[in-house]
Design a binder for this molecule. Sequence first.
Ligand code: RIB
Length: 328
Amino acid sequence: MATIREVADKAGVSVATVSRAINDSGYVGKEAKRKIMKAVKELNYKPNEVARSLYQKSSKMIGLLLPDIANPFFPLIAKGVEDVAQEKGYMVLLGNVEGDSHREQKYIDFFSQYNVSGVLSASSEAQTFGKGIPIVFLDRVKDRKNFFVTVDHFKGGQLAAQTILKSKPRKVVIMVGPRHVDVAVDRLQGAESILNESQIDYELFETRTYQAEDAEKTAEELLNNFENIDSIIANNDIFALAIIKEALKRGLRVPEDIQIIGYDNTPFSNFMNPQLTTVAQPGYEIGYEAAQILFKIIDKETVHKSVSLEPYVIERESLRKVGEQKNG
Ligand code: RIB
């Protein structure tokens, strides 16, 4: 790979002049600039990004912290972020936090060492970063004083409850996501605001995690704990799919014996048989909008504080059609 010294020699200028021309960091005469760009092209010179970032104390990289890349909801966010980063000529460093604050802190330190120009975080752990690195929170937003993009999860919880009420449930279980994650509490409050207005009997099933790896175990626990339920508001699609699988394994019919609504609209939710009815949240747009805000901060442009996107229901096959009541 060509070096900056070879470019300087070919253009007949000093290394410092080449560096100024490439980093646009000072005066370079028109003729010298022309010779330098010609040499860069002929030698196919690629600036050393690490060296450039050390010199400029910022790099063409941004950091992205996600809670669980095994959950297909989060790659949707990552794709939205990456599409904006590509447009801006930036690369994305991904940190998969797995709900572990020590792991998150290691990624934060790593991002600082590599002089990332900014960070996007969907993790609800540390929520604190080194000074001077712009950060935008997305999805799980604990502190609303920062820049953030999220979804109206209170409304999402209401939509889940309103949708399941349409199918005339006899007894509903609400799966409560981990209460330290703000989205879980917002959704619970939304669902209860609707169910408390109805005459329908419901119970809460507390979960400690949204992690995909815990879905099957949690599905077994839920179906062991509640025998005579006919309706479930799941805390996300992965857990809803695990419950459908466990219910079918136990000889229950879905939705006739037990109906279920998920949350997220992950890519596989319509591949299941029966296809999952769910409260969709626009994962791609969450990432895209958050990255747009971050780059406005990096480029020192005017920024609107926050964006709250709307959830919406996608009705598929895992809810009983009105009139398709549970037998007996
Ligand atoms: O599926 C994982 C859940 O955690 C999603 O509902 C999303 O909102 C994230 O916060």
